[in-house]
Design a protein around this ligand. Structure first.
Ligand SMILES: *Cc1c(COP(=O)(O)O)cnc(C)c1O
Length: 340
């Protein structure tokens, strides 16, 4: 039995999802005439109580569009040193928007309002780039699925307002944070100028992210998406998967979190594990005691059992639980780990 824990993007559409996709009504979304894409966009906007939404082929494109929306070339954005937009979007911040990043040394990918304030360049000091955007990530990917304290996010919004900065949320795994912290999307809709959410991670769709914001902003986003080559035609088949996932796959994230916590607890008890980062959602980041067991050796013995996990460099490893990681796989994985 293959057990794939490298990411929550390895899932296949469920039977119900496939059925919804196969029977989707479609049109040409470039003319905004795909009824299913329109329905998905309206649904996500309503969830966040924001005015409008736009469907994207990837989270990267949704984030990059947001950055383009909120900045001009030469300006600077503020983000944590672990931010996906900085580390894993191919340098798109500079390539697409001509913008630099001021990196903040946060905790597990999360910064404080005081750190954000400190990172703003004085607007009159024309020698340094003009700060115009703050981007945060919830849950944090490289930070191990950590969830923000909503109060801190509110304090950052205040700093943004006081300094005329825009505020973007990379919510690729926001669904996980909402479940873990028992929060609702509207609480986030109130706080941010734009939010990107992913449908293909925890929610199990084959493709898709959505960007939400006010009407004027999303109207501008439509043009940027076109420029980025992200205008899709009969995309309703994909949007139908998204609608199905939003209706059926959000609550079950609890299960992924529960399994991740069990794995995390077991790892902590093993002699060859040096440290395990706090596990709040579906991501477990841990370090081996390389005196006892090297990363290569560990990954190889896992592979021999057809268990697949991923190294993150610097001796760190990552496990991500997801919809297709069944109870049977979980039992078997825990057993193998304990025996190894
Ligand atoms: C996966 C991810 C993205 C990008 O999503 P893609 O659909 O792979 O482009 C953006 N931000 C975070 C935090 C992610 O984990």
């Amino acid at each position: 039995m293959k057990i794939n824990l490298i990411s929550d993007t390895v899932t296949k559409p469920s039977v119900g999802m496939l059925k919804a996709m196969m029977s989707a009504e479609v049109g040409d979304d470039v003319f905004k005439e795909d009824p299913t894409v329109n329905r998905l966009e309206e649904k996500v906007a309503a969830l966040f109580e924001m005015e409008a939404a736009l469907f994207f082929p990837s989270g990267t494109m949704a984030n990059q569009t947001a950055i383009k929306l909120h900045t001009q070339p030469g300006e600077q954005l503020i983000c944590d040193k672990y931010a996906h937009i900085y580390n894993y979007e191919g340098g798109g911040v500079s390539f697409n928007s001509g913008v630099s990043c001021k990196l903040v040394d946060g905790d597990r990918g999360m910064m404080t309002a005081a750190q954000v304030k400190e990172a703003i360049n004085p607007p009159d000091f024309y020698h340094s780039p003009l700060t115009t955007l703050v981007s945060i990530e919830n849950t944090t990917n490289k930070g191990g699925g950590a969830c923000w304290d909503l109060e801190e996010l509110k304090s950052i919004r205040k700093v943004c307002d006081q300094n005329s900065l825009k505020y973007h949320l990379d919510g690729a795994r926001l669904w996980n944070a909402l479940i873990a912290k028992k929060e609702v999307p509207q609480q986030y809709g109130k706080l941010f100028h734009t939010i990107s959410v992913c449908l293909s991670k925890g929610l199990g769709c084959p493709v898709g992210s959505v960007l939400v914001g006010d009407k004027e902003t999303i109207k501008r986003a439509l043009r940027i998406r076109k420029v980025f080559g992200g205008g899709m035609r009969q995309a309703g088949f994909l949007a139908a998967a998204g609608i199905y996932a939003l209706d059926n796959h959000r609550e079950r994230l609890e299960e992924d979190h529960y399994k991740a916590k069990e794995i995390s607890t077991l790892l902590k008890s093993l002699p060859y594990i040096k440290s395990v980062a706090p596990t709040e959602t579906n991501i477990i980041i841990f370090e081996l005691d390389e005196q006892q067991r090297s990363v290569e050796d560990f990954l190889e013995s896992m592979k021999q059992q057809d268990i697949h996990i991923i190294g993150m460099g610097q001796g760190k490893l990552r496990i991500v639980t997801h919809m297709d990681y069944t109870d049977g796989m979980h039992k078997s994985f825990l057993k193998t780990l304990a025996r190894l």
